[in-house]
Design a protein around this ligand. Structure first.
Ligand code: SF4
Ligand code: SF4
Length: 108
């Protein structure tokens, strides 16, 4: 029997993983891998595609078994950005002018 009125549910895409992060001073970084569940890329009025989750508190943080991924990305100028979500296969994060940037960013 058909269940009338039910909407189809779209499964979420798998999260875009952080392949490598060279910002070793970040508390979430261990051996150039990010170990927090989900980062946010691009802060308000940020001219760069920066990792807004970066923190350096002098001690390690995150979950060792977790490989970091992109949660939200506010960089709508990037060609991989769809509705403020990242659609790249994976991303790489590295230092730019002393702050962590998404190096997979490509201008539209
Ligand atoms: S991706 Fe961001 S939060 Fe993760 S280790 Fe690098 S700078 Fe830190
Ligand atoms: S590749 Fe583009 S859309 Fe994906 S996280 Fe980096 S800046 Fe954002």
């Amino acid at each position: 029997m058909r269940e009338g009125g039910k909407r189809s549910v779209t499964m979420p895409k798998s999260m875009v993983q952080i392949q490598r992060c060279d910002v070793e001073q970040c508390s979430y970084n261990k051996n150039k891998e990010c170990h927090t569940m989900a980062i946010t890329v691009g802060g308000p009025q940020d001219p760069c595609p920066s990792c807004d989750t970066y923190v350096a508190i002098g001690q390690k943080a995150g979950v060792p078994d977790v490989q970091g991924a992109v949660g939200a990305c506010k960089v709508s100028a990037c060609q991989f950005n769809e509705s403020l979500e990242c659609s790249a296969q994976n991303i790489v994060v590295g230092l730019h002018d002393g702050h962590p940037d998404c190096q997979t960013y490509r201008k539209r």
